[in-house]
Design a protein around this ligand. Structure first.
Ligand code: IPE
Ligand code: IPE
Ligand code: MG
Ligand code: MG
Length: 344
């Protein structure tokens, strides 16, 4: 039995949360920054600080802390970790507006709690805070190297929102091929996870450590692909009590998640017809059940599970061939494996 992803990341969460609260409380106007605090699970809906933080897994924030615990200089790691978590949450605030989702992490989404215009303000402030932390994370490096990394961090906005653009366009497309789907999830999800895996190396002052950043990026991207496909599976068959997100929301939005893309590409004619017809308008409960059943019969659920395994294996193969600290390798292997089996 492998450790759950939440168990593996637990040792890092408290420190990240303390630093995030400190940052938020150092800024004004208080109210605006508390919106971000709510999104991060640090404040409740009355904008009071909570004892029991419901801020998600903190996956992206934990990876740089884990990497730098095992190698070299880690002073910059907390700033990188905060930059990643703030960036992730900036994209989630916008994503929940775009997907019209009312629940995340078992609580009302930010736009549902305040309103969409103010949630958009909070998202953009979270992005700026993220860039502020990123700038501090690379301040110890010579200017040229610092600039190179900072630019790679800034590029994430292009990547994620190119991905979101495709994701939304695909809702209305009759035919989305798996190659298009792969391109979309690489952009919207995997690139940021690649950044999380690589930055602990990319920000090192020593070239003999920095040189592994490219491999770590590839490892994180492959793990990120598995992560998004698992998210697609959980969105259809997951337990909302564990995911904290409503099940069926992707179907309601007519999303072309991997199981749906697979069924459209290789399922029977009747499966294709059933999905395309249901995706013309609002889905009834009966249509939702029929699609879920048809995705299982078409082998699309198993196909998606296999793809999670394949991308997980790809990440592990690259990790295996990368000559870094062996204890770090063990830890990252555990995390990548746990991501492939995650239920939340
Ligand atoms: C949700 O990410 C968005 C995706 C890229 C699928 P997470 O599942 O990491 O969200 P939290 O931060 O743990 O809630
Ligand atoms: C994941 O979006 C990518 C981003 C948030 C940018 P999804 O829409 O697939 O993720 P969930 O299921 O809402 O977390
Ligand atoms: Mg969403
Ligand atoms: Mg989305």
């Amino acid at each position: 039995m492998t450790n759950s992803i939440n168990m593996l990341l637990k040792p890092y969460i408290k420190k990240v949360n303390t630093n995030l609260v400190e940052l938020i409380e150092s800024k004004k106007p208080e109210k605006l920054y508390k919106y971000i605090g709510y999104q991060l699970g640090l404040y409740d809906a009355s904008f009071e600080k909570v004892a029991d933080v419901k801020g998600g897994k903190r996956l992206r924030a934990s990876i740089p802390l884990i990497v730098t615990k095992h190698i070299g200089d880690g002073e910059f790691a907390m700033k990188a970790s905060m930059a990643l978590e703030l960036f992730h949450n900036f994209t989630l605030i916008i994503d929940d507006i775009q997907d019209n989702d009312e629940t995340r992490r078992g609580r009302p989404t930010l736009w549902k709690t305040i309103d969409t215009p103010q949630a958009l303000n909070a998202a953009l402030i979270a992005e700026s805070l993220s860039f502020e932390c990123a700038r501090e994370a690379c301040a110890h490096l010579p200017t040229k190297q610092a600039q190179k990394w900072y630019e790679s961090f800034q590029m994430m906005t292009y990547k994620v929102f190119e991905g979101q653009h495709m994701d939304i366009l695909f809702e209305k497309e009759e035919q989305v091929f798996s190659a298009q789907y792969i391109q979309m999830i690489m952009a919207k999800t995997a690139c940021l996870i690649g950044q999380a895996f690589s930055c602990g190396f990319a920000l090192q002052a020593k070239e003999d450590l920095r040189k592994f950043a490219t491999n770590l990026k590839q490892i994180g991207e492959a793990a990120g692909m598995a992560f998004q496909i698992q998210d697609d599976i959980l969105g259809l068959w997951g337990d909302p009590k564990k995911t904290g997100k409503p099940v069926g929301s992707d179907l309601r939005c007519h999303k072309k998640t991997l199981p749906v893309v697979h069924a459209l590409e290789s399922g029977s004619r009747s499966a294709r017809q059933l999905i395309l017809e249901a995706y013309q308008k609002d889905l009834t409960e009966k249509q939702t059940d029929s699609i879920l059943n048809c995705l299982e019969v078409a082998g699309s659920k198993d196909f998606a599970f296999n793809q999670v395994r394949e991308y997980t294996n790809k990440a592990l193969t690259i990790l295996d061939s990368t000559p870094i600290d062996s204890k770090l390798k063990e830890k990252l292997t555990e995390i990548i494996e746990a991501l492939g089996h995650r239920e939340s």
